[in-house]
Design a protein around this ligand. Structure first.
Ligand code: CP
Ligand code: NVA
Length: 308
């Protein structure tokens, strides 16, 4: 059956558990030099309308490690929606490749790609979701805590694409998440309702508050992301005036649990959303997160492209 990963809500909490188990297995095998060439002869088209380092390289290396091949298509080549519609791009790529990973601005573009593709479509970040990032993030938390149940995660800053996917992942796995966000930058009501529904199902929780110091109380994990996401450049001045009280720094960390893990999807801006001391300090897990993108996404590729 043709399946896509446009949002973590495309899979069930049970499937999320299975995919993460597979990701951890794949990582362990990789560390031992054991190969899993299950995508031999298969090609993934990687369509980018925005910049990327981690997503591009981890998907390309992931495909290679699974025995397949990845093809990079940059923003200037396709000009999605300008030179050609998303639907026509999807129909064409489906004739050449076995899967499409795309990074887009409007989430509706990835939905449109999936609607017309006859191969799996994977969201490599849209304006509202970053599911592959969230998979790597909860995988990194599991490596430290074993399980999300009973783990307190605080997301500080802008309730953006990364935050939304993280909130879904944490609540799907029974964890607790508090968003410390300025008024006006909270999670949209539909996303909050969805996360609350997962939390009711799994015994987790999701709360949004404005005070960052209260948000990190009892936190095992403190997560932050940029204040100005790709596509929001025109809001830079206003955002840089709103978000400074939400910087993750040594003082904020003191209010969390001792040795709380600090996370950031990267790229980061030291001195804005987190201080250089915290980013480069002993509590930072940002490189482990980046590494886990590779293995979490191999689990996605195996699940969506591995059959037949
Ligand atoms: N975290 C992340 O998606 O990084 P890139 O934008 O570099 O791909
Ligand atoms: N929120 C950021 C994440 C980048 C990986 C952005 O959308 O630019």
């Amino acid at each position: 059956m043709l399946r896509h990963l446009l949002s973590l809500t495309d899979i069930t909490p049970a499937e999320l558990h299975d995919w993460l188990k597979l990701a951890l297995e794949i990582k362990a095998e990789f560390k031992q030099g054991i190969e899993r060439p299950v995508l031999r002869g298969k090609t993934l088209a990687m369509l980018f309308t925005k910049a990327s380092l981690r997503t591009r390289v981890s998907f390309e290396m992931g495909m290679r490690q699974l025995g397949g091949h990845a093809l990079y298509i940059g923003p200037e080549e396709v000009k999605l929606g300008k030179r050609e519609t998303a639907g026509d791009v999807a129909r064409t790529l489906s004739r050449y490749t076995h899967g499409i990973m795309a990074r887009v601005y409007a989430h509706s573009d990835i939905v449109e790609l999936a609607r017309h593709a006859s191969v799996p479509v994977i969201n490599g970040l849209s304006d509202t979701e970053h599911p592959c990032q969230a998979l790597a993030d909860v995988m990194t938390i599991m490596e430290r805590f074993g399980d999300l149940r009973g783990v307190n995660v605080a997301f500080i800053g802008d309730a953006n694409n990364v935050a939304r996917s993280l909130v879904y992942a944490v609540t799907m796995l029974g964890g607790h998440i508090v968003l410390g966000t300025p008024p006006g930058y909270q999670l949209p009501a539909d996303a909050a309702a969805r996360a609350e529904a997962y939390a009711r199902q799994t015994g987790g929780s999701m709360v949004q508050i404005a005070n960052p110091a209260s948000a990190v109380e009892d936190a095992d994990v403190i997560y932050t992301d940029v204040w100005v996401s790709m596509g929001q450049e025109s809001e830079e001045t206003i955002r840089k005036s709103v978000f400074p009280p939400y910087q993750v720094n040594d003082q904020l960390l003191k209010g969390a649990r001792p040795n709380a893990m600090v996370m950031h999807c990267l790229p980061a801006t030291r001195g804005l959303e987190l201080s250089a001391e915290v980013m480069d300090g002993p509590q930072s897990a940002v490189w482990d997160q980046a590494e886990n993108r590779l293995h979490a996404q191999k689990a996605v590729l195996v699940n969506l492209m591995g059959g037949g």
